[in-house]
Design a protein. Structure first.
Length: 335
């Protein structure tokens, strides 16, 4: 049986309004009455329904966060940063994993709309502007995460991935590499396309360097391993001498195929650099060079922009962080 506020009031011998005051504004109630009501609460095992209370107020104390792939430690770190910042304002994070699926993404947006969340943070699979406009019309603002807003319709937090791609390939060229393979995909993912564009710009500045694209269907270790096996099975003189992977998970998979499942030396024969600088990049069989994104800061800043939107900010802000090159053994220069 569900215990209600009325049950507490009856046992304590007070009105429902008095119980409500004890729960929400105890300073307005005489200490002896507070003690009596609290005793009734403890005896009955009453648990207040905060969700219902928040919905009656018109908005919950939760923020909906939708990421592309919760298995990717980058998004885990983004979520953690968002959670820490939200907690400072007594807000919680509801995490949804779209798994790069527009249908799943739409389902989470429907769910968050029904729950009247405080706002939505989203790394969209595709263009969801119309859907987010509908949320905003219902008083639920949205901020794009790890994606630059086209135009100025929404606030966003992103990283300059074109610059990151240029950093990665420029580093490989500086260490003496000239035959570079870009491993990543699908190309429809905005971050992948931007990192590839940066790689092409770096190669364009060096006429003796070349870039080939090895496209993958996902940004996972398994896809990286499959790409690495393709490279490993080539004749040595037909292999690239460096790999720029679109994220660290792909880079780990490539390294597994070359070093653990094959006999190709890293970085002696093929140097490898990844992207994101996730926690275990430094702990791979050959510590992995990477392009670092401020993942936790991305999550925290996204929540701050969302709170500004809730307060009625006049302008939508686009925050763009600059990535950083982290050099480890996987791209050591040739002697």
């Amino acid at each position: 049986m569900t215990i209600s506020v009325k049950d507490v009031a009856a046992l304590a011998g007070v009105s429902v309004g008095t119980v409500s005051n004890v729960l929400n504004r105890p300073e307005k109630v005489a200490p002896a009455t507070v003690e009596r009501v609290q005793g009734a609460i403890d005896e009955l095992g009453f648990v207040r329904n905060d969700a219902a209370r928040q919905l009656r107020a018109g908005r919950s104390r939760s923020i909906g966060l939708i990421v592309l792939d919760v298995r990717n430690p980058f998004f885990t770190d983004v979520a953690r940063g968002a959670e820490l910042r939200a907690a400072a304002d007594d807000l919680s994070i509801l995490l949804g994993n779209s798994d790069d699926d527009p249908g799943r993404e739409s389902g989470y947006l429907d769910l968050f709309e029904q729950q009247r969340v405080h706002g939505v943070l989203i790394t969209p699979v595709d263009d969801v502007s119309a859907r987010l406009d509908r949320l905003r019309a219902r008083g639920i603002p949205a901020v794009l995460v790890d994606r630059l807003s086209d135009g100025a319709d929404f606030s966003s937090v992103s990283v300059d991935d074109v610059h990151g791609g240029r950093l990665a390939v420029s580093h490989l060229i500086e260490t003496g590499r000239r035959r570079i393979a870009f491993v990543g995909g699908p190309a429809t993912v905005r971050q992948v396309a931007d990192r590839l564009e940066g790689a092409r710009r770096a190669v364009a500045q060096h006429p003796d360097a070349s870039l080939e694209v090895v496209e993958t269907s996902a940004l996972t270790v398994l896809e990286g391993r499959a790409a690495g096996e393709l490279l490993r099975d080539r004749r040595p003189d037909e292999r690239p001498d460096a790999v720029f992977a679109a994220n660290d998970l792909l880079a780990v998979g490539v390294m597994q195929a070359l070093v653990m499942l094959g006999s190709v030396a890293v970085p002696g024969e093929i140097a490898i650099i990844g992207y994101d600088d996730i926690d275990f990049s430094a702990a791979t069989v050959v510590p992995l060079s990477s392009i670092r994104q401020p993942s936790g800061l991305i999550g925290r800043r996204a929540v701050e922009l969302l709170l500004a939107e809730v307060e009625g900010a006049d302008e939508h802000e686009q925050v763009v962080f600059q990535p950083e090159l982290v050099v480890r053994e996987s791209t050591a220069g040739r002697s």
